[in-house]
Design a protein around this ligand. Structure first.
Ligand SMILES: *[C@@H]1O[C@H](CO)[C@@H](O)[C@H](O)[C@H]1NC(C)=O
Ligand SMILES: *[C@@H]1O[C@H](CO)[C@@H](O)[C@H](O)[C@H]1NC(C)=O
Ligand SMILES: *[C@@H]1O[C@H](CO)[C@@H](O)[C@H](O)[C@H]1NC(C)=O
Length: 552
């Protein structure tokens, strides 16, 4: 008896009370029971880390590189009867370094979350959480193109895991994390945020549309919105390649891209290698057929087939006169060399070492979506897909899965009424998710609620590729700006942006340019001065500076 009391007393003194008035004990058994309707906790592990430095900042998750102290909670749970097994990873800053905020970080591709998002968030002082939604993810995005975990068996989907990934696990994540945070610090987070790009953007929109009370602030960047359409429609350039029996090497498409930029660069009033006004660009690639270009030392000429493929990629899929989906805006690269994995882009090809005998390199998410989900097979070869099969697959994908995956409900009234604020930005040169799916969604939101700008703002980033990369200026402080909007009521009139060197070899690093990004449909127009300074640009209704200056 005595001995027991002695131990308890020792235990109590060995932890320093924090500013939040509670002993921070990094022990699963010290947490109160986690209660969320419909789920059952299977396991809790906790590990204390001090002076943890084993992490690298990443463009999507910037944080000051420094040693961090945190408690690493992992909560494993199931939805009884569903046979799933989901891990939520929660890192909580120790020693009073918590700033009272909770930030949930999103994933990419088929990953519901990236573990590389955790450390940078702790370094910023946030309590941070991610979910794996019940399937393995890899911290290296290049390693996760497959979705065969979605198959219960050949021919049968694992609907429970599918719904976990699509939505359910996204509702569980903040509910669990907030209870762990309260248990650890003795008080709940003062503010809760979602931050994600690509799949992370889709997850942010899903949270706003279906689970509106979970976050006060959401950053949903380059969202993989309209998934059921987008994941199939993105194959269009390859369908055209197959029809023409011609697969252009990337050097040929790069030559067309260069001609496109040359023709339309200045429509936005600035010659900077960026097409910021793709809607005004009427460049026809047929006009450069026969033009010589250099293919890694080999002198070639632009072919009529490659020109048609480029034109079709810009136009997007049509069936007769009916637009089925959007194309890539002018100024979007057809393929981008990957910092880690293979090149990515909607018209990417792979060839032999002489840039001959090329074939389609399909967007991995499209291949796995059509194979593992729409057709429910382990792997699929799409190289034989013709127009008719493409149309049929697109229809099937939408009819069967849009309500599970597509996150394009324009009714955000519950989110707005709950006081939520949301920012979406999207790179105009996004080589994987054409920006127009996002702008058309935003227009539907505004059509339904003319006041939606008071809680949801959308910004386009000229010259920026998927989530990062490209010579255009990408948002540099979007998480800080959503925090300011939520906590101080200061809505973002512009997003601060700068050209961020892409991850990878330093020779890829372009000159740093600063630009304000403007809320859609306003554009960032040049008004004079140094091209690399934000102050040389103003938000305007059009790039025609002379016109709107006289009207003022
Ligand atoms: C955090 O805990 C989980 C589960 O125990 C473990 O897999 C992971 O490696 C831990 N993270 C670190 C940085 O130790
Ligand atoms: C945080 O607290 C732990 C245990 O109380 C201690 O070992 C560690 O040195 C502290 N770290 C900092 C940065 O104060
Ligand atoms: C696609 O979006 C760009 C950028 O907002 C715009 O200029 C263009 O007109 C849009 N195209 C279509 C077909 O809507």
């Amino acid at each position: 008896m005595l001995l027991k009391h002695f131990h308890l007393a020792l235990a109590a003194f060995s932890y320093f009370p924090t500013a939040f008035g509670k002993l921070q004990t990094c022990k699963g058994r010290d947490l109160p029971a986690i209660e969320v309707f419909g789920l059952e906790i299977v396991d809790i592990t906790a590990k204390e880390h001090h002076d943890y430095e084993d992490w690298t900042p990443f463009p999507l998750f910037p944080g000051p590189k420094k040693a961090i102290d945190f408690c690493n909670f992992t909560i494993t749970y199931t939805h009884p009867g569903q046979n799933d097994h989901i891990n939520v990873y929660i890192w909580l800053p120790m020693n009073d370094t918590w700033d009272g905020r909770f930030v949930a970080q999103g994933g990419g591709g088929w990953a519901a979350g990236f573990d590389m998002a955790l450390a940078p968030s702790v370094a910023r002082g946030y309590a941070v959480a991610i979910t794996d939604a019940g399937h393995t993810f890899y911290s290296d995005p290049a390693r996760q193109p497959n979705a065969d975990w979605l198959l219960a068996s050949p021919g049968n989907l694992n609907w429970a895991l599918f719904q976990d990934f699509a939505g359910r696990a996204l509702d569980d994540l903040p509910k669990i994390a907030k209870q762990v945070i309260k248990g650890f610090y003795g008080e709940p987070p003062k503010y809760s945020y979602w931050h994600g790009c690509s799949t992370g953007g889709r997850q942010g929109l899903m949270s706003a549309q279906r689970y509106p009370g979970n976050y006060q602030g959401i950053v949903a960047a380059a969202p993989a919105i309209n998934w059921a359409e987008m994941a199939v429609a993105g194959l269009w350039p390859h369908i055209v390649m197959r029809r023409l029996g011609y697969y252009p090497p990337s050097c040929e498409l790069e030559a067309i891209f260069a001609a496109d930029v040359e023709a339309c660069d200045e429509l936005d009033g600035v010659k900077d290698g960026i097409i910021a006004a793709p809607g005004l660009c009427t460049f026809d690639a047929k006009t450069v057929v026969g033009r010589p270009f250099d293919c890694e030392g080999d002198s070639r000429k632009i072919s009529a087939e490659a020109a048609e493929i480029a034109n079709e990629a810009w136009k997007g899929p049509f069936k007769g006169d009916r637009r089925l989906w959007f194309g890539m805006p002018h100024g979007t690269p057809f393929s981008v060399a990957g910092p880690w994995g293979p090149p990515s882009g909607l018209a990417s090809t792979e060839c032999d070492e002489n840039n001959q005998n090329c074939k389609s390199r399909f967007f991995a998410v499209s291949t796995s979506w059509i194979g593992n989900v729409v057709r429910r097979v382990k792997s699929v070869d799409l190289s034989g897909m013709d127009e008719e099969e493409f149309y049929r697959t697109l229809r099937l994908s939408v009819n069967e899965f849009a309500s599970v995956m597509s996150t394009n409900d324009p009714d955000l009234s519950d989110f707005g009424a709950a006081g939520g604020k949301m920012i979406t930005w999207h790179g105009l040169a996004d080589q994987l998710i054409p920006v127009n799916g996002t702008s058309s969604y935003y227009e539907k939101v505004l059509a339904l609620d003319a006041e939606a700008r008071s809680y949801y703002r959308y910004f386009e980033a000229p010259g920026v590729q998927h989530c990062f990369g490209g010579i255009g200026a990408a948002p540099t402080a979007v998480l800080d700006q959503i925090i300011k909007w939520v906590e101080q009521g200061i809505a973002p009139e512009t997003l601060a942006a700068a050209t961020v060197p892409a991850p990878g070899p330093p020779d890829a690093a372009p000159v740093v340019k600063h630009r304000p990004l403007c809320p859609y449909p306003l554009v960032s127009a040049y008004v004079g001065g140094d091209l690399s300074e934000s102050s040389s640009f103003e938000c305007a209704e059009s790039f025609d500076v002379k016109k709107w200056h006289t009207e003022l």
